[in-house]
Design a protein around this ligand. Structure first.
Ligand code: KG4
Ligand code: ZN
Length: 353
């Protein structure tokens, strides 16, 4: 089974891991949250510079922790899409250089495919087909996982991602960044039924609502209006109740869409990934609903749900096993649909960044 050195620098985590098939031998994750917190969100230029400063040390540490040298590495992989272009370029250029210097195959990996593979890392026996729910700062995706490189995008958000909605609501409540963990914590002391908020449904022109797509920007605006109304009334803001009601609404709406999608497509397993998979409300709602419909739901440990390079290495090991490698002319892409991942392994692909 191939042993991969993988690099992930698509956003604000500098991560390097060594993975043998579905087995993680070492995983280094250096978070930039403390740097970006002062700006209230990720600053792309600052993120790229920080990746540059941290990456070499992370590579050395990953090799040392796995107690391997280059002779035992079968391939080098890096996230090449989607993400912040400058940040992706740092990781991709390092991976290509290492691949050339050490005469190893090189693989560019789609970040969302990596998140899907985090489920295999936590449960090596898992086999497709299953439904993947990816909920992070950048994505709210429902993906039908058919096989390595074969995905169908069934649902997405039309505007803000789930994690982005948590971050924006936390900001408007003056709670700091990142907002998800703070709102989750405050929700424990709040009443989830204190305020009725819209569930972020997407209406369709022919009538009714899209069954699998979300729109969280309206929910965020509803929270803003509620806060403005309460402030006008001169009452003290019931922060815990607002946090709990918002969290409950997101958890309930995501759960409804995931369950109906799983049933409609005749699937029986759901794997959740992305930072919002840590959310206690989502876990509670989705686990209860899955149980009542006799479905299996898998929440990998949080360190595998948030951005890491082990998931990238796991996806790369499977691709390499299937004989897929990327040309050194592969570039980075800020956006690339997951349905197009096999394009990354086209021999004559030439990208200009
Ligand atoms: O997957 P991730 O680490 O990075 C990407 O965006 O790719 O996800 C980060 C997001 C942030 O928006 C953060 O607020 C959210 O995940 N998050 C949570 C929780 N922990 C992190 N959202 C809700 N509840 C949490 N406990
Ligand atoms: Zn991610």
């Amino acid at each position: 089974m191939p042993c991969i050195l993988a690099i992930e620098t698509s956003c604000d985590e500098t991560a390097v891991a060594i993975v043998n098939d579905r087995n993680c031998l070492s995983s280094i994750v250096s978070s930039q949250i403390a740097i970006h917190r002062q700006y209230g969100g990720v600053v792309p230029e600052v993120a790229s510079r920080s990746h540059l400063e941290t990456l070499n040390e992370a590579i050395a540490l990953a090799l040392a922790q796995a107690q391997l040298d280059w002779g035992e590495i079968d391939g080098v992989a890096a996230t090449c899409a989607p993400g912040l272009v400058g940040s992706l370029l740092v990781g991709l250029t390092a991976a290509k250089t290492l691949a050339v210097v050490h005469h190893k195959p090189f693989l560019g990996i789609h970040h969302l495919e990596g998140h899907i593979y985090s489920a295999y890392l936590s449960e090596p026996e898992l086999e497709p087909p299953f439904l993947s729910l990816l909920v992070s700062g950048g994505h709210t995706s429902l993906i039908y996982v058919k096989n390595c490189g074969k995905y169908e995008m069934i649902g997405a958000t039309r505007d803000d991602a789930a994690g982005e909605a948590f971050d924006k609501v936390a900001r408007l409540l003056g709670l700091g960044y990142p907002g998800g963990p703070i709102i989750d914590k405050l929700s424990q002391q709040g009443n989830p039924r204190a305020f009725k908020l819209p569930e972020g449904k997407v209406s369709i022109p022919s009538g009714g609502y899209h069954p699998y797509d979300s729109s969280f920007s309206g929910l965020k605006t509803a929270v803003l209006r509620l806060v403005q109304q309460l402030e006008q009334d001169g009452s003290e803001l019931p922060i815990n109740d607002i946090a709990a009601s918002f969290q409950e609404t997101v958890a309930r709406s995501l759960t409804k869409r995931v369950i109906s999608c799983t049933l409609d497509y005749g699937l029986d397993k759901i794997a959740v990934g992305g930072g919002v998979a840590a959310n206690s409300g989502l876990r509670k709602h989705l686990m209860a609903a899955a149980e009542s419909h006799n479905l299996r739901v898998l929440f990998p440990p949080i360190k595998l749900c948030t951005d890491n390079a082990a998931m990238i290495g796991c996806a790369a090991a499977d691709h390499l096993q299937q004989g897929h490698t990327s040309p050194l002319t592969l570039g980075v892409h800020s956006r690339l649909p997951i349905t197009e991942v096999m394009e990354l392994y086209r021999d004559n692909r030439i990208d200009i960044c």
